[in-house]
Design a protein around this ligand. Sequence first.
Ligand code: SF4
Ligand code: SF4
Length: 423
Amino acid sequence: MALEDYKADMERCSQCSYCKWIPLDHVKSWRFAKGCPSIAYNNFLSYSARGRFAVALSLLNSQSNYTDRVVDIVYKCVTCGSCDVSDKICRYNLEPLEMMHELRFRLVEDGQLLPQHMAVIEHLRKEDNMMMEPRAGRGDWAEELDVKHITSEQAEVVFHAGCRFSYDKDLRETARTAVTLLKNAGVDIGIMGKDESCCGGKAYDMGYKGEFVKFAENATEAWTAAGVKTVVTSCADCYHAFNRLYPPLGAKFEILHTVQYLDRLIKEGKIKFTKTVPMRVTYHDPCHLGRQGEPYVPWEGKEKKIKGQIVVYEPRKPRYNGAWGVYDPPRDVLKSIPGLELVEMERIREYAWCCGAGGGAREAYPKFSNWTATERIEEAKSTGTEAIVSACPWCERNFTDAIDTTGEKMKVFDVIELVQQAI
Ligand code: SF4
Ligand code: SF4
């Protein structure tokens, strides 16, 4: 697809503003009714999906040129997809998220770049990670971990740690725990360790499609050579890249997030709990595991106008509206832990508020990113729980940083950590 392919969407935007909010029938309070962090933070129409449709149409029709403001509008968005869900549920089958990706690809092609993103991408090209860390340290997280290395030994399942878990010293124990839990439950698991690279998903979200394709092809080749059948990851961003972005490039692997695998193993009786974890927690749905965690559905077709008026697609286009994201496995895992009580926030599942770490916002707009996380912590606090639990290291890092800024008392956990506490 190209930006031009979304011109009909741009023209059909009715300016209803549903994309700024979660669907009305899911609103429980005015305080937590908003869905789009970008418009909520910037408080100006152009910083919404509606505004970005207008900006893109104006550029395509040569009614405006690139300016610093246009560049800011395009990139100051966490690519969370809340607008996309609200648009499809409340309005039409428009695809603002896909359009915004195409808009970023176009800006990158035209050299309209953010210096902060350029620095990260330059580093990615040299060192294969998004963390501004050296290539040589990639496998350190797995030091002395008793597990197969798939470049020298065959394994059915490969665990992909991802950039954040590989390099963030505060979080890497979670990745080690994930591998150990799966191995002890009898899974034939291996890792790539120092030979693993970035999944490319964050480069895609920033608009660098070429880098994404390179990393996708390299990973697919390595997994195929190693005879891997299943790829498991504890990172929501990696999960989304493997599950949704790799298949159109020809990848054919079973993709599981760790929470799905743990849920399966607990239900099969292969993981048993012996301890109680007396804690009241709330669960945050990572955008890339939740509403963007729906599997890729192949589609080839064309747009058609009926009587020159109504636009339809033949055959019917798959409709990604978030309903089939990964919502129940992490909740089922948490509910199965003895002593643990799960209390829900107001905005959950496909209507969850973003953690603020996505779309290159953490790298380019740290205040906006931190504010978005702080908003979620406020919502978590309103449940009266003592901890917010997630299933993505980027969410966990952004929440921890926000808590450090505000001095809140809220604790942050990964689902994996709580499972380990109960073993
Ligand atoms: S919900 Fe869709 S149609 Fe309505 S303003 Fe937003 S982008 Fe336009
Ligand atoms: S992707 Fe998220 S931040 Fe960006 S416009 Fe849509 S709702 Fe707003």
